[in-house]
Design a protein around this ligand. Structure first.
Ligand code: NAP
Length: 301
């Protein structure tokens, strides 16, 4: 049997429960992964609340990204064997807040040696989102990148990825995240009123790319600082970004492999600041729901 943290109907935290179900069988092209860590994302809350539509088969296990050890290999899978340490997004319909999860082999990657399972679990969703946002408009060496929401799960990785890409980075976050933002190599600017003026002080000629993880008015306040509006990219508020002349995230299928290599080389270090046992997955989700995440939150079975 496998423990799975599920939601039973669309709604709030009252719809969540830990259930025991049979261990899933890997289908063609799939890996059965014994989960060691699963990243918690705002998308888990959006799914539970029905914001991704209301046509899912329920109950459904939460958790979109995992790391773990291959426990079984489905038909037509090449290149993976039982015992391999891997990471990846969960297969459609599945969930990662569980003892076991299904991952499509073609979307998986080997966990680099020396990288913890907790850190590896941040790569498939939060990490690739950060990678895409930083690179989708063509980052060039020496450019200035402004990250709004720089202390959160995606934001701190965006700062690190932009730094690794040769950019000068300015990160906007609240005071409590200053140390984390600065540890990425970014210059920290406090969020709220005055953020735009502070960024202007650091980059009088404007910024070459605005990576947004907050949206709404904070995004509108910073948008005039970008030298070209098509270099506003957002994972949080595509509607506002588009209205400003920018865009939402554009997924690059190579992002996962590139990022895994960067984490393996030590060029990027995901910051996991909160680890919850599976029985307390609800507390992990509640912490992320407060919207002021610091680094990344993960659940471990
Ligand atoms: N499309 C995709 O594939 C994809 C993938 C991953 C994430 N996302 C989206 O990206 C967004 C960020 O995700 P995440 O995992 O990084 O979330 P997170 O860890 O909760 O971080 C969000 C950050 O936003 C900051 N923030 C909140 N309100 C703010 C405000 N008024 N002004 C300035 N900063 C504010 C918070 O920092 P402070 O506490 O310092 O204010 C927090 O660190 C979410 O909307 C998520 O759904 C999309």
């Amino acid at each position: 049997m496998s423990r799975m943290y599920m939601f039973t109907r669309y709604g709030g935290p009252e719809t969540e429960e830990l259930q025991e179900r049979p261990v899933p069988e890997p289908g063609p092209g799939q890996l059965l992964v014994e989960v060691r860590a699963a990243g918690v994302n705002p998308s888990d809350l959006k799914l539970r609340e029905g914001l991704f539509g209301r046509r899912h088969t329920l109950p459904r296990t939460l958790g979109f990204e995992v790391s773990g050890v291959v426990a079984a290999v489905g038909p037509d899978v090449e290149g993976y064997a039982v015992g391999d340490a891997v990471l990846g997004p969960v297969a459609p319909g599945g969930g990662g807040f569980a003892d076991h999860a299904l991952v499509r082999a073609r979307e998986a990657a080997r966990k680099p040696d020396g990288v913890s399972f907790e850190a590896a679990a941040t790569i498939p969703v939060a990490g690739t989102a950060a990678y895409d946002l930083v690179h989708q408009t063509g980052l060039e060496d020496g450019q200035t990148v402004l990250v709004l929401g720089a202390g959160g799960g995606v934001g701190h990785l965006a700062c690190e990825i932009a730094r690794a890409g040769g950019a000068r980075v300015i990160g906007v976050a609240s005071e409590g995240k200053r140390e984390l933002v600065e540890s990425t190599g970014a210059a920290w600017v406090t969020s709220g009123d005055g953020a735009a003026d502070a960024v202007r002080g650091l980059a009088p000629g404007g910024v070459d790319l605005l990576v947004d993880l907050v949206g709404g008015q904070p995004l509108r306040d910073l948008a005039p600082l970008v030298t070209s509006p098509d270099r506003i990219v957002s994972a949080a508020d595509e509607e506002t970004a588009t209205a400003l002349g920018g865009s939402g995230r554009v997924e690059d299928p190579e992002a996962l492999a590139r990022l895994v290599a960067m984490v393996g080389d030590g060029a990027i270090t995901p910051q996991v600041s909160a680890v919850y046992p599976l029985e307390r997955a609800g507390e992990a989700l509640a912490a992320v729901a407060r919207g002021h995440g610091k680094g990344k939150t993960v659940v471990v079975p």
